[in-house]
Design a protein around this ligand. Structure first.
Ligand SMILES: NC(=O)c1ccc[n+]([C@@H]2O[C@H](COP(=O)([O-])OP(=O)(O)OC[C@H]3O[C@@H](n4cnc5c(N)ncnc54)[C@H](OP(=O)(O)O)[C@@H]3O)[C@@H](O)[C@H]2O)c1
Length: 234
């Protein structure tokens, strides 16, 4: 795991954003936004080649970036990847948790068995808890009003959908966890926020283009004035 080329050349002199679930859509847009604001960018997904390719495009634009392979359903791999981000790119000031859920998590409610909920719960609850435990000590070290944890979810996090049971149930758990973190970590100056995107992310859309959503995430980090922002009620 880890990008050895990047590790050799980058100086860990700036703070970083770690994006868990960094693909070509929202992940890439957030990477560009925070990269343009001076953050180094750690890109985490299961596929090393894809995050390496995304990192290469960012590096070509002058952003310090590197890719790391980890599966959010394997908490140890997430902890290890986040440790590598810190070592390679500098202390993690911002954590974004936004992997795209698997399609098979989304089944009708009466067809959903206990076994069907294992994946969604690992993905949306155990993964975030592992990530938060890994980054909070370093965020505390950065001092007050610096660290931020951003969660991104679909609309089923706040309005369960009868045909998307796994994400509805597990996103609700994640939303509760995030809100508790907002309350408790807020007391020590670490911002925790959640962006809810109703319906689909749509390139070119004035409200739901990835770059527009990335700007909202930037505002949640810099303004530090709210827990939840919901885009579209769909
Ligand atoms: N796309 C939409 O229409 C939509 C709508 C509403 C909300 N959202 C939210 O937006 C975020 C995703 O944005 P996006 O759809 O534009 O995706 P994206 O940033 O283009 O890509 C997300 C990445 O998540 C990674 N991923 C999936 N499962 C993973 C796992 N088990 N462990 C680690 N990484 C994993 C995938 O890479 P690998 O395959 O390499 O792991 C994928 O490239 C999510 O928070 C999602 O809930 C999306």
């Amino acid at each position: 795991m880890g990008n050895t080329a990047a590790r050799r050349v980058l100086e860990p002199c700036m703070t970083s954003i770690a994006i868990i679930g960094a693909g070509a859509g929202l992940g890439a847009a957030v990477a560009r936004k925070f990269g343009s604001e001076g953050y180094s960018v750690g890109l985490i997904s299961r596929n090393q080649a894809r995050v390496d390719a995304l990192a290469a495009t960012l590096v070509a634009d002058g952003v310090q970036a590197a890719g790391f392979a980890a599966d959010v359903r394997d908490p140890a791999s997430i902890s290890a990847a986040l440790e590598q981000v810190t070592e390679t790119l500098g202390p993690i000031e911002v954590l974004q948790y936004s992997p795209l859920p698997q399609k098979d998590f989304m089944r009708p409610v009466l067809e959903t068995t206990p076994a069907d909920l294992v994946g969604p719960v690992e993905f949306s609850i155990y993964g975030p808890v592992a990530a938060v435990h890994q980054v909070v000590p370093g965020m505390r070290f950065l001092g007050e009003n610096k660290g931020t944890i951003l969660f991104v979810n679909g609309g089923s996090a706040v309005k369960p959908g009868r045909d998307v049971t796994g994400t509805s149930v597990a996103f609700a758990g994640q939303a509760a966890y995030a809100e508790l973190l907002n309350e408790v970590l807020g007391e020590e100056g670490i911002q925790v926020s959640q962006l809810i995107i109703g319906g689909a992310i749509v390139e070119g859309d004035e409200d739901k283009d990835p770059a527009v959503l990335a700007d909202h995430l930037w505002d949640l980090h810099t303004k530090r004035d709210r827990f939840r922002l919901q885009i579209s009620e769909d």
